[in-house]
Every structure is written in C-alpha cells, then in structure tokens.
Design a protein around this ligand. Structure first.
Ligand code: AMP
Length: 741
C-alpha cells in the first residue's frame, strides 16, 4: 500500500466484485476549473462505489474499473494539488503523524457502557421493569434488538458532513484521537451522503472480521519466523482491532482489515429521527455501515426469540459478537428512563451463556502467591474458548480441586467466566483413565522447600517461610501493579532478574536502583547473535542467541517511573505493602480512619476492630504486621525514600454514603446479602432489615418480596444489583427511575 492510496482496494477483499467495464475516461482536463469539475465527479463516483461495496455489500463496478477511477483522480490531484480536499478518497491513507496521534478528545456527551443481563431471566426482569416504567405514560415500549459486536467503541465526528475526528471511548468522557488511523477504514465515509449542518458525533463499534484476524496472525507468525524473532500474535479479533486502531503509523492500520457497524449518536435531537429504528435507517442512508441483523420487537417474547436466534447463529457470523443489545426504541421514552452513573436504563446487553470446551488435563502445578498461599493451577491442552486460546486456569485451592474432582489425565470442561478468565468447570467421569489419581497438595513449598500449613480459615495452604523467593517475587510484583504504585516497565521478568542480581530484596530497594544498574540488566529476552537470512538458517540450523540488555533509554524511563510513584497517595502505599486481607477498599478505610502509618502502627487491636468494616481477623493481621521488626524497618526505608505515608484524617461523616440507610431484598448474584451489607457499611451507610419512611434506598434483586412492595408504596427509591455495583464502585447514588417510583 502506498501513502497516496493508489492501490487502495487491491487487497483481495473485493474479490467477487461485479465486472462492469470501466467508465470511459474523458480526455485530461487542461484548466483548473475543468479539473475541479472532473475531480468532483470522480470523487462522487468513488465514494458511491465504496459505499455500495462496503456498506451494502453490493458493488456495481469491477475492481479494475474502480482502480482506474482512483488512478485518474490521483493523477488529477498530482497535477492540480490545490484541488486536494481532506475528504477526497485519495486521502484515506495518511502516514506517520508524530505527536498528533492519540491526543485526548472530549466526547460531545458521555459514552456510556451497558448493564448486562447474564441470562434470559435477567433479561425478562429488565423487560418487565422497563415496560412497567414506560407503560403508565406512553403505552408499552417497542424494543430494537441489535447484535453486540465484540470490538472497540468508536466515535466519529462529522462537521457539515465531513469526517473531522475519530476517537476511542476511553473512560467514556475523554477518549483518544485516532482520526488518522480511522480514515483508512474503508467502510467509514469521509463525507456523509446526507450532509447535516454543524457538528455531529456518530458512534459504533470497530472490529476485525474473524477471517482477517486469522490472516493477520498467520502473517505475524510468518514474519517472526523469517526474522528469527518470537512471534506475538493477537489473542483474539477484539485485541487485533484495538491494536490496529492504536498504531502510530496509519499506513499499518490501512493494511489491517478493519470494519465498523455504526448504531448511535451523541445527540439524537440533532438528527431527523425519533427512534432507534429511524436512526439506524438514517445512518444507513447517510452512508454508514449498519448491521443488517436487527429487529424491531413489540413484545418481550419477540425480544427473547431474537436473543435465542442470535445465540444459535453466533458462530456462523463472520465477526465476533458477545451478546444482543436490546434498546427501547422511542427516543422520548429513552430520555424519560434516563441513565444511571454507568449505563443507560433504556438499554441492556444480553450476554450469551459462556462457551464451553473440553480438553485434557495434563498437570496440576502449584503457584506460591505474595502472602505465601499455595494455589493449584490446571495445565491443559490448548483450547480455543470464547475467542482466545487458553491452556491454564486456576483451581483456587485444595477444596476446590476435591469439589470439582479433577485429576491429571481427565477430560475436563473449560469455560470463560465473564468471557475473560478461563475456568475449569469439572471433569467427565466416564472418560477418566483407569490410573488417574486424586491430586494431593505438596507438603513442602515448591519454591523454597519449607513446610506448608493450613490457614486458620481452613481453606488456604501456606508456605511457612517469610523468605520464600516465590512470595518475594509476588510481593515485589504487587508493589508495582496498577492498583498499587503503578510503575510501568517493571514486568515479572525484569523483577526476577533484579532479584537474581541481588539488587532487589524488598520494595524499598526499588528506590535505590540507578539507571546504570538497570541498563546493564538482561531483559530475559534473547536475540540471534548474527543477523542471517531464513534460507541460511535453514541450512546451518539455529545460530547462538545472546541476551538483550535493558539499555539506557528504557532504564532511564523506569527510574523516572519509580521516582514518580513516590507521589502515590498513602492508601496505595498501604495496599502496595501487600498485608494479608488488606485489599484496596480496606486500605482506603484505614487511611480515612487513622490518617498515617504511624497512627496505624500504634493502633491497638480493639481500636482497629472499632473501625466500621474492619473485623477481628484483619485487625489481628495488622497488629502482627506492625509488630514484626522487618516490616518496621521496611516502613522506615520507604519513609527515607520519600513515599507518602500519611493523609488528612477523615471522620465517618465524610464517607460517601454517610447518613444513608439501605435495605436489601431478593437474590443478589455478585455478593451474598451479608457481603453487600458489609461493603455498604464500609462506605459509611447503615443497613436495616425492614423498609420504613426513613429508608434511603432499597436494593432489589430477582424474587424480591414484600420489602419491594413496601418500598414502592412508600415511594422509597429502588435500585437493581447493577445499580448497587455502581454505588459501591463510585460511592454515588444513581438518579431515580422516574416512572416506576
Ligand atoms: P460493555 O463494554 O460490556 O459494557 O458493553 C458496552 C459496549 O458494547 C458499548 O460501549 C459498545 O462499544 C458495545 N456495543 C457493541 N455492539 C453494540 C450495539 N449494537 N449497541 C450498543 N453498544 C454496542
């Protein structure tokens, strides 16, 4: 592909195109005005045919005819450069735009994510709730069912009909500018067929078709083989699409086969459409690629039928989908329903049940975690589940291995929890080999050989040594991880090398590392000692490899990152210390309550227990931690390094949910009732067992009973479990469902 876009469509993707001859070209225009007119005609023709081909899948021109038009336009623009416009089809392929790529872009309105219905019952509950909320005002709503495309969200801004910007979703408020790359995606019109005055942001999903993903990975592997490098293929089409979108050089993106389905706008008042169904029609007319598998459903039964059909046909589609998005059709009804902090109330993502696959369990290995817990991990023959190949999954603990009764040699069933984390469901007993033995937890730590013991809770088995190298590596890795000090560039391999070379023992040592020490470290990767052609290597066999060193540039970056981590707030430092049972929320709570490491150190067990959300187990772990001389020395070392070990104390009244009383009813999925109450309390809320006028909110799961009725009678706001998760994550109460209440 060249930067001018001359062979824009010579990728074999247009095979099977119609074979009408090239339109006769006129003799080359001699004057600028004739050229301008001809260029406009050519652009209109090319845009029209691009649209027919990519958006409607119905080409009218042959590849040769199309290329001929494109070449004529390129030639014309070469002769009359003043005629080149930003939306000319010759301008799709940009080039390397240093610095400008990925600048932050604020979306016209927030790009929400979607609440999920994990099965048909949850979908039913949502449909019922939504109908209830809408009916009294409008009569029953109609629903639009669309496939949930498994790619990346994309926002396209058009000004007076011209594409001026493309951005990723980012955090929903601010995304990244990916305009140069997105301009290379052929099914995105650079100019709308139905221009609209002013700025308008259109939204959809960008993805890579399955076949293109396979081709790309095969190419990556072939190239790596030829260059004697380790291949890094993409795990699934979603990653391939996201990776291709974030290329620094738009020419690379241009060679990746990306496509889009557009289904939304940032401001539906700006378009001549009153409903989602009309919006889809408008988008299609305007030249955007819309998904053909959509349905307008009048009843819940029709919605369910669409979801079931989509689930059956999922694997035969040429692109990945992970569910169905059901949307209230009418925009007015959508506005009335409003949004929660995270997602619109007028839409729901029905997620397909997780795909299950069988494979053979080859081994159960044991990993030692940062607090010394021994975790059995299943290693099995690689198997493709929900879009990526997996070969390992945690088995959590010995009880879980027993409960699932999995044995080496078994045919096991794998699925992905939440479509991400592989999980062993169990074994097929009838396929068990005769000699398969029950698995036993080792009696000694596989890392350091020290004896292991069962925890007080009776579930976890731990290594008894505080010096265990596996624990040490995990502790160091935890310190640099996202939720803790968030230090980039210090991966597990590098940490291992630092430990091996004696530069790193505990987390305070990170702050003593110098650029020179880091630069001289082997990265754990190897390169061939001599460059050679693949043919030569074939003849001579593999040449020797030599270690790749980290080098000055990367070392300086890592040191800068370590330095920057000193600014992380106290709660992150406390979490980073990796004290057993002290997760992020507990660390926050302790910081609020005690304000400094010194106050925390001095706190007695009873004082700790008196903190809402802190039980006796955590209190004991903390006092033990602060009674250990090594830990106190570590804290002093961190203090000298300049880390943040205090924050302004906060009283309980300043906790986000202080003064609010919650009542929980019905079944919750993510937490038990007790756990949910505990988490609410940690944020300062009170919980009660019956509903009264004083109740601030009721959280109702499926099968909610009289408490829900009472709440509705009294006008107490009712929230779903999805809302509860938002409340726990943000500490904020979403706006109230207006029509139900
Ligand atoms: P999630 O990221 O699981 O919360 O799902 C929300 C995302 O689904 C949105 O941000 C979109 O990127 C994506 N999505 C895919 N297909 C659709 C669709 N037809 N309608 C709305 N969102 C969709």
């Amino acid at each position: 592909m060249n930067a001018s876009g001359a062979n824009l469509f010579e990728e074999g993707v247009r095979e099977g195109g119609a074979s009408s001859p090239a339109p006769a070209t006129t003799s080359a225009p001699a004057t600028t005005s004739a050229a301008r007119e001809r260029a406009a005609q050519l652009r209109a023709q090319i845009d029209h045919n691009t649209w027919l081909y990519y958006a409607l899948d119905a080409p009218e021109l042959s590849d040769a005819a199309f290329d001929s038009l494109m070449r004529e336009l390129i030639e014309l623009e070469r002769r009359f450069p003043e005629l080149v416009t930003a939306s000319s089809p010759t301008q799709r392929v940009g080039g390397f735009v240093p610095g400008e790529a990925f600048a932050p872009v604020t979306h016209a309105t927030r790009m929400y994510s979607l609440d999920n219905a994990m099965d048909l019952d949850e979908l039913d509950a949502w449909l019922t709730r939504t109908i209830l909320a809408t009916e009294p005002v409008e009569g029953g709503p109609a629903f639009v069912c669309e496939l949930k495309i498994d790619g990346s969200s994309l926002a396209l801004t058009y000004r007076d009909g011209e594409l001026i910007r493309a951005a990723t979703r980012g955090d929903g408020i601010t995304g990244e500018d990916v305009t140069a790359n997105v301009r290379t995606v052929r099914d995105i019109p650079l100019r709308l067929r139905t221009p609209i005055a002013g700025e308008i942001e259109l939204r959809g999903e960008i993805f890579m078709p399955k076949a293109s993903f396979e081709r790309l990975n095969a190419q990556i592997q072939a190239q790596a083989r030829a260059e004697a490098k380790d291949a890094r293929p993409f795990a699934n089409p979603r990653n391939a699409a996201a990776g291709s979108l974030r290329q620094k050089d738009a020419r690379v993106t241009s060679e990746r086969d990306l496509a889009t389905f557009i289904y939304a706008t940032a401001d539906d008042a700006a378009l001549p459409a009153q409903s989602q169904w009309e919006l889809l029609a408008w988008l299609r007319e305007a030249g955007l690629h819309t998904n053909p598998h959509v349905a307008l459903c009048a009843t819940p039964a029709e919605v369910r039928a669409f979801c079931e059909r989509a689930c059956e046909q999922r694997t035969s589609l040429p692109y990945d989908i992970d569910g169905v998005v059901v949307k209230v059709n009418d925009f007015l009804q959508q506005r009335r329903l409003g949004t929660t902090a995270k997602a619109p109330r007028w839409a729901i993502a029905f997620k397909f049940p997780p795909e299950e696959k069988t494979t053979i369990l080859r081994a159960i290995v044991v990993q030692v975690g940062r607090t010394g817990v021994l975790t059995p991990v299943a290693e099995f023959d690689p198997v493709l589940v929900a879009g990526s190949t997996v070969s390992r999954a945690t088995l959590h603990n010995l009880d879980e291995v027993r409960r699932k009764d999995v044995r080496v040699g078994d045919t096991i069933i794998i699925r992905k929890a939440g479509d991400v984390i592989p999980e062993v469901i169990g074994a097929i007993p009838s396929l068990r080999p005769a000699d398969a033995r029950e698995w036993e937890m080792p009696h000694a730590c596989p890392s350091c050989g020290s004896p292991v013991f069962r925890d007080e809770d009776g579930v976890a088995v731990r290594c008894s040594s505080a010096e265990c190298p596996a624990q040490q590596l995990e502790r160091l890795g935890h310190w640099v991880s996202r939720g803790a000090m968030d230090i980039d560039g210090l991966g597990p391999k590098l940490i291992e090398k630092l430990v091996e070379s004696g530069l790193l023992v505990d987390v305070a040592d990170f702050y003593r590392l110098t650029v020179a020490q880091l630069a001289a470290l082997p990265t754990g990767e190897e390169k061939y000692a001599r460059a050679m052609s693949p043919e030569k290597r074939e003849q001579t066999g593999d040449f020797e490899k030599e270690p790749v060193l980290l080098g000055e540039t990367v070392a300086a970056k890592v040191v800068a990152q370590i330095e920057e981590s000193k600014t992380r707030p106290f709660a992150r430092v406390l979490f980073g210390l990796g004290i057993r049972n002290v997760g992020k929320t507990i660390a926050e709570l302790l910081c609020h309550r005690f304000g400094s490491i010194d106050a925390l150190c001095a706190a007695a067990e009873e004082e700790l227990c008196a903190t809402p959300g802190i039980g006796s187990v955590i209190a004991r772990t903390l006092t033990q931690f602060f009674a250990t001389p090594d830990n106190l020395r570590l804290i002093e070392a961190l203090r000298s390094a300049g880390l943040t070990l205090a924050q302004e104390p906060t009283d309980e009244q300043s906790l986000p949910l202080a003064g609010l009383t919650f009542v929980l009813t019905g079944t919750l999925e993510a937490y038990s009732r007790d756990e949910a109450e505990e988490l609410l309390k940690r944020l300062g809320a009170k919980t009660a067992s019956s509903v009264s006028k004083k109740t601030s909110s009721v959280i109702a799961g499926p099968n909610a009973g009289s408490k829900l009725t009472k709440a509705l009678e009294l006008g107490v706001p009712v929230f779903s479990e999805a809302d509860l998760l938002t409340i726990l994550a943000t500490g904020e109460i979403p706006p109230v469902y207006p029509d139900v209440l």
